[in-house]
Design a protein around this ligand. Structure first.
Ligand SMILES: C[S@@+](CC[C@H](N)C(=O)[O-])C[C@H]1O[C@@H](n2cnc3c(N)ncnc32)[C@H](O)[C@@H]1O
Length: 267
C-alpha cells in the first residue's frame, strides 16, 4: 500500500477545530527536553500555523514544514517567514542526513503505512541528542470511524469505489499499540523515551459538530474518491447514522484518544 494520495484536504474545514487540535501539539512541545534546536522538520505540517508556533515556542533557528497536499501548502505559505519555510514532500519517504535536532510529526504519521520503516528513516535524520516528537490519533474503534467504514461497504457507495473497494481507514490499518511503539523506539536505539496514551476531553457545541470535525480529517479519503454528488449523499447518510449512535447533545462531550511519542537519541 502506498501513502495517502495528495489533494483532498480543505484547510478551512480542518481549521474549524484549531483550538482543540492544537492541544496535543502543545503537549508534545512541553515534553521535549530543553535543548538548542538549530534545525527541525514538521512532517505533515498541514496549514502551517503549528509549525510557526513550534519555531516561536522552542526558539528554533530553522524549521521546514513538509506536506504533499497543495491546498494545505498554499495555506501554510501564509506562515512562512524568517526561520520557517514549507516544501512539498512525502513524509513516508522523507529522511535526511543526521543533521536535525528535532523531527516533529503531529497527526500525520497515521496516514502512511509501515511505521517501523518510516520511524527508522526519520530517526536517521536526527543528529546525536536529537529528539523525535510524534502524535497519532488512536480512535479507529470509535463510532466516527466505524460508522464511516460500515457505510462505505453499502450501496451505492460500494460500487462507486470499484474493484479497489472503499479506501481503508488509515488509523485502523497503520497505527500501532503504544507498547509496540515503545519497542520500536528501543530497537531504533533511543535510550530515553516517553510513550503516552492520552484521552483529550473535547467539548463541542453540539453532536453535529462531531460530523464537522471528521469532515476535516478521516472523511477526506471519501471526499477524494467519490464523485462530488455521491460524497454529498454519503455525508447525509453518515450524519444520520452517526447521530443515531451518538445521540443529539448540546454540548457534546467528545473524548479523543491519541498516542504521543517522545524519544531522544543518545549523544
Ligand atoms: C491531520 S493533518 C495534521 C496537520 C498538522 N500537523 C496539525 O497538527 O494540525 C495531516 C496532514 O498530513 C499530510 N499528509 C498525509 N500523508 C502525507 C504524506 N504521505 N506526505 C506528506 N504529507 C502527508 C496531509 O496532507 C495533512 O496536511
Amino acid at each position: 500500500m502506498t501513502s495517502d494520495a495528495p489533494a483532498g484536504w480543505d484547510p478551512a474545514q480542518y481549521r474549524r477545530f484549531a483550538e482543540q487540535r492544537s492541544e496535543p501539539f502543545h503537549d508534545l512541545l512541553a515534553v521535549l527536553q530543553p535543548a538548542r534546536i538549530r534545525r527541525a522538520v514538521d512532517l505533515g505540517c498541514g496549514p502551517g500555523e503549528l509549525t510557526a508556533l513550534a519555531r516561536r515556542t522552542l526558539d528554533i533557528d530553522e524549521i521546514v514544514g513538509i506536506d504533499h497536499d497543495p491546498a494545505m501548502l498554499a495555506a501554510a505559505a501564509e506562515h512562512a517567514g524568517p526561520g520557517v519555510r514549507f516544501e512539498p514532500g512525502d513524509i513516508a519517504a522523507w529522511t535526511a542526513p543526521a543533521d536535525h535536532d528535532l523531527v516533529l510529526a503531529a497527526a500525520s504519521l497515521q496516514w502512511v503505512p509501515d511505521h517501523a520503516a518510516v520511524l527508522a528513516r526519520w530517526t536517521n535524520a536526527l543528529a546525536p541528542g536529537g529528539q523525535l516528537a510524534v502524535q497519532v490519533p488512536d480512535n479507529a474503534d470509535q463510532p466516527t470511524h466505524t460508522v464511516a467504514a460500515a457505510l462505505a461497504e453499502r450501496e451505492p457507495y460500494r460500487s462507486a469505489f470499484g474493484s479497489a473497494g472503499p479506501p481503508p481507514d488509515p488509523v485502523r490499518h497503520h497505527v500501532l499499540r503504544p507498547e509496540e511503539y515503545a519497542s520500536l523506539l528501543w530497537d531504533l536505539g533511543y535510550v530515553t523515551q516517553t510513550v503516552r496514551l492520552h484521552v483529550y476531553p473535547h467539548v463541542l457545541p453540539s453532536s453535529r459538530h462531531v460530523v464537522e470535525w471528521v469532515r476535516g480529517t478521516t472523511l477526506t479519503r471519501f471526499r477524494r474518491t467519490l464523485p462530488a454528488d455521491l460524497y454529498e449523499r454519503f455525508l447525509v447518510d453518515y450524519e444520520r447514522e452517526l447521530l443515531a449512535v451518538l445521540g443529539r447533545r448540546e454540548p457534546h462531550f467528545f473524548p479523543f484518544r491519541r498516542i504521543l511519542l517522545l524519544a531522544r537519541r543518545p549523544g
